[in-house]
Design a protein around this ligand. Structure first.
Ligand code: NAG
Ligand code: NAG
Ligand code: NAG
Ligand code: NAG
Ligand code: NAG
Ligand code: NAG
Length: 491
């Protein structure tokens, strides 16, 4: 009786011990990890965390993997409610689970698997290692300005927005400091608001003249912990003068070129994609006027491969504005087509002037007006006092022109100071810019012109170069392609 019983026990024990050993050897526990993208000590509220559960080789495949929380030591996989269970897995691999970083899922998380084989008595594995999920941070809020570009003396609003998703009862705090930042300058607290509703605070600034930068932070009490965000990105509020210029790669700044604006201290082309002729011509006129370049002759929207920051878009002038910056503008014009406004103002083609100044009392003497080109005499023309003389050049016009007055006297050779110098050059435009071709022909047209050298005696007030040289607009004058410069006759 006794003996067989012992034997039976031994057999039972053998079976159990071996089975346990076998099950421990052939049914290994899975392994749980955060994915490498997760910083365990900086888990941001309302983000999705990726955990990987790995069922090793030797597990009784096929199986399903589950994730849940370990709440008490007596808990087993069988008695644990899974948050999520994977599809059936047929071979050793890890399965990723997305767990929202919210209070509901905080704690020690574990994973386990269950074999789908029906012949197994206990189809569950052990728990994996535990991984602590503690929400410990808030995402940084965002700061923005509206409008993002504003003028000196203008108004703007700075906004701070929570990016933490659907949360309530938190605090947003705004800080600022004056630019330029010097070492040791700290942020000054501008204010904070406890929000039970909404996700935005703002502060309005009027008549802005000071350059400031802003940051914002968020804080809240969450599941018994105080959470803080990192600082938002810095947003600078720079009151802009928005000066404009007309600029071209190989010419620099002049009275023709792309419309550029200086924003944040950098010149960039104005993105002017929309072509509304009346708006464009009005804008071009305001630009020409602001630059002291006269009025607009021609405008085009031209492709431009320079850098556009996209901070500022097309001006929409009415034509009455004094400065371009007073015109309505689009804050963020899409610059996919990279169109910019190319303007030729009337002063890009100024009429040439040439005159001779005299000094001191000059007797009414007869003499010669001497035209020179590149220092070489072109013509020496006999002239009565107080009258003007002219020459016309029709080929090889490029050069440096001036004139002098030489007294007609057998006794003395007296020559006046030279006049101002007029440089004529021919501008060869870069190729694919059709507008400049237009300019070229006009320049050549205007270059074949008549220079007038005027000599005045001292009895008439010497006016130097200031006589009103009026020229007919070469672009509009079809009848007279080579306009002359008319000098009012001296009395
Ligand atoms: C994780 O977050 C902590 C706290 O914000 C930070 O100090 C640490 O550098 C971060 N680690 C990594 C690898 O990003
Ligand atoms: C700025 O705001 C002040 C006060 O609200 C207002 O009087 C002024 O006209 C505003 N200035 C501009 C340029 O909008
Ligand atoms: C937010 O705070 C108010 C009072 O300050 C409280 O009544 C409310 O329950 C809180 N809401 C949450 C979600 O904590
Ligand atoms: C800026 O903050 C640091 C650290 O908080 C402090 O030591 C320093 O005195 C502050 N500087 C100024 C100018 O307030
Ligand atoms: C151009 O814009 C002006 C002012 O916005 C508008 O009155 C006019 O109708 C527009 N013209 C065209 C052709 O779109
Ligand atoms: C600027 O762009 C944003 C987003 O692309 C758009 O919602 C907004 O209406 C635009 N503003 C203007 C003035 O075009």
């Amino acid at each position: 009786m006794f003996l067989p019983n012992t034997r039976a026990l031994a057999v039972v024990c053998w079976i159990m011990c071996v089975r346990i050993t076998v099950s421990q050897a052939s049914v290994p526990a899975p392994v749980l990890n955060f994915a490498s993208s997760v910083n365990e000590s900086n888990i941001v509220l309302n983000t999705l965390l990726v955990v990987s559960c790995y069922a090793p080789r030797g597990a009784p495949y096929p199986l399903t993997l589950s994730v849940g929380r370990l709440e008490s030591p007596s808990q087993t996989p069988e008695t644990t409610e899974p948050w999520v269970t994977s599809q059936v897995v047929n071979y050793a691999s890890s399965v990723d689970f997305n767990i929202p970083a919210i209070a509901k899922y905080e704690g020690k998380i574990v994973c386990w698997y269950q074999s789908t084989r029906t012949e197994l008595k206990n189809s569950y594995s052990e728990f994996s290692n535990t991984v602590p999920l503690v929400v410990s941070a808030l995402p940084p809020p965002t700061v923005s300005l509206h409008p993002s570009v504003f003028l000196v003396g203008g108004n703007y609003t700075v906004y701070c927005d929570s990016t933490a998703g659907p949360v309530t009862n938190f605090t947003l705090s705004l800080y600022y400091r004056i630019l330029p930042v010097t070492p040791g300058t700290n942020w000054t607290f501008a204010g904070s608001v406890f929000l039970t509703d909404g996700n935005r605070i703002y502060s309005r600034y009027t008549n802005a003249v000071v350059q400031i930068e802003f940051v914002c932070t968020m804080g809240m009490l969450y599941n018994g912990k105080v959470l803080h965000s990192l600082q938002s990105k810095i947003e600078q509020a720079i009151p802009e003068e928005l000066p404009v210029r007309l600029w071209e790669q190989n010419r620099g700044e002049s009275c023709l070129g792309d419309l550029d604006v200086k924003i944040r201290g950098m010149w960039e082309p104005v993105c002017q994609q929309e072509v509304n002729a009346s708006v464009a011509i009005a804008t071009a006129n305001v630009v020409c006027r602001e630059l002291g370049c006269g009025h607009v002759l021609v405008w085009r929207i031209l492709e431009n491969n320079r850098h556009f920051s996209g901070k500022i878009g097309g001006f929409r002038c009415s034509g009455k504005e004094e400065k371009t910056r007073d015109c309505p503008m689009n804050e963020n014009e899409s610059c996919k087509n990279r169109g910019s406004l190319y303007i030729v103002c009337s002063d890009a083609l100024p009429p040439p002037k040439l005159s001779v100044m005299t000094y001191g009392p000059v007797p009414k003497l007869y003499g010669y007006i001497v035209f020179r080109k590149n220092g070489v005499i072109l013509r020496d023309q006999y002239s009565k006092p107080g009258t003007s003389a002219s020459i016309t050049q029709s080929y090889e016009v490029a050069g440096e022109y001036d004139c002098v007055y030489r007294l007609y006297s057998s006794k003395i050779q007296l020559v006046s100071q030279p006049s101002n110098t007029v440089f004529i050059y021919i501008y060869n435009p870069p190729d694919p810019v059709p507008i400049v071709a237009g300019v070229l022909t006009t320049v050549i047209g205007i270059a074949i012109l008549t220079y007038i050298c005027i000599y005045r005696t001292a009895t008439q007030e010497v006016q130097g170069n200031e006589f009103p040289a009026h020229s007919q607009d070469p672009a509009t004058n079809a009848e007279n392609p080579y306009p002359t410069v008319h000098i009012p006759q001296q009395p």
